[in-house]
Ligand binder design. Structure first.
Ligand code: ATR
Length: 288
């Protein structure tokens, strides 16, 4: 169903090129998502997955542009390099200092970051969850946590508590975002004394390493939203914790992935795809 542009490929027409760059990149769902969006809107394009080792992205992007590349998605661990390789930046990319989307502007790359928008759209549009006034626990203090923290604050949360295995990184993230009235840190080992939260976001890479963060059940209540920014296997342990803790929602980041892609697609093509069928298809596939 997602392979439609192939027909045009076979005709050997020169197509506008798009790609996701990462390291590794073989697992990325971006090609499937973008081909499906393009098929839905009748747009002919070529979308590849390109592996670029750290330190080589700027060169890879120049080559890509010379070969007709006009849009790129950027995944781990290249988001800072993508920001540095661009000459112009959206306000939200500037605020984060990392980019997940690049658009070719004739003689330079323009950088945007659609991750935060993806999260807020998944929650608001797909799940009808309003974060205004909510007390949020953000677990993790790496790039993923940094990428969504400003969007959570912009969505009107009352308070964000950041907790992390390495407390100093939580403090750094707290200082970086600069909203002392709404953002505080808490020791992971001492979470039992933190009370409960309306929403708990797992932004750690623990699940990607087959590990789990040791979280007490006392941080959840029957109305709590539990959301893992990862999806698939990497989210399994946290979602199992959320279900045992009795959270009202236990969601993985597949919806965020599809929504950040839709925002990138709109930047490139000026049209917004319907994300629902694509999300449904990927969710079916991930359930096996
Ligand atoms: P990313 O850009 O994906 O966020 P990162 O910068 O390496 O990657 O950050 C990974 C996050 O997952 C960090 O918050 C990390 O905690 P540390 O700062 O202490 O390293 C967290 N993390 C990774 N494995 C973890 C584990 N087994 N338990 C708890 N936290 C973990």
């Amino acid at each position: 169903m997602f392979e439609a542009p192939k027909l045009v490929d076979d005709l050997n027409v020169t197509l506008a090129r798009y790609a996701v760059f990462g390291h590794p990149v073989g697992h990325s769902k971006s090609p499937v998502i973008h081909r499906a969006f393009a098929h839905q809107l009748g747009i002919a394009l070529r979308y590849d997955a390109i592996d670029a080792a750290p330190g080589t992205l700027a060169t890879a992007l120049s080559r890509f542009a010379a070969e007709g590349g006009v849009g790129a998605n950027i995944t781990l661990p290249l988001k800072s390099e993508a920001f540095a390789a661009a000459r112009a930046h959206s306000a939200r990319a500037k605020r984060l200092g990392v980019a997940n989307t690049l658009a070719w502007r004739g003689d330079h790359w323009y950088a945007d970051n659609t991750d935060g928008e993806g999260l807020i759209r998944d929650l608001g549009d797909r799940h009808r969850i309003d974060l205004r006034g909510r007390r949020v626990l953000l677990v993790g203090a790496g790039g993923a946590a940094q990428g969504v923290l400003p969007a959570l604050l912009d969505a009107g949360v009352a308070k964000v508590t950041i907790t992390n295995r390495t407390p100093e990184r939580a403090d750094q993230l707290c200082d970086w975002v600069g909203d002392p009235a709404r953002v505080q840190t808490w020791y992971l080992d001492d979470l039992r004394r933190a009370g409960d939260f309306d929403a708990v976001f797992n932004a750690t890479a623990a699940g990607q390493h087959g590990e789990a963060v040791d979280l007490p059940f006392s941080i959840a209540n029957p109305r709590t939203l539990a959301y893992d920014l990862s999806y698939g296997k990497a989210a399994t342990a946290f979602l199992a914790w959320a279900k045992t803790a009795g959270c009202a929602y236990a969601l993985d980041g597949l919806g965020m992935l599809v929504e950040q892609a839709a925002a990138a697609f709109e930047l490139w093509h000026g049209q917004r795809p319907d994300t629902e069928p694509v999300h449904a298809q990927l969710a079916r596939e991930s359930r096996g």
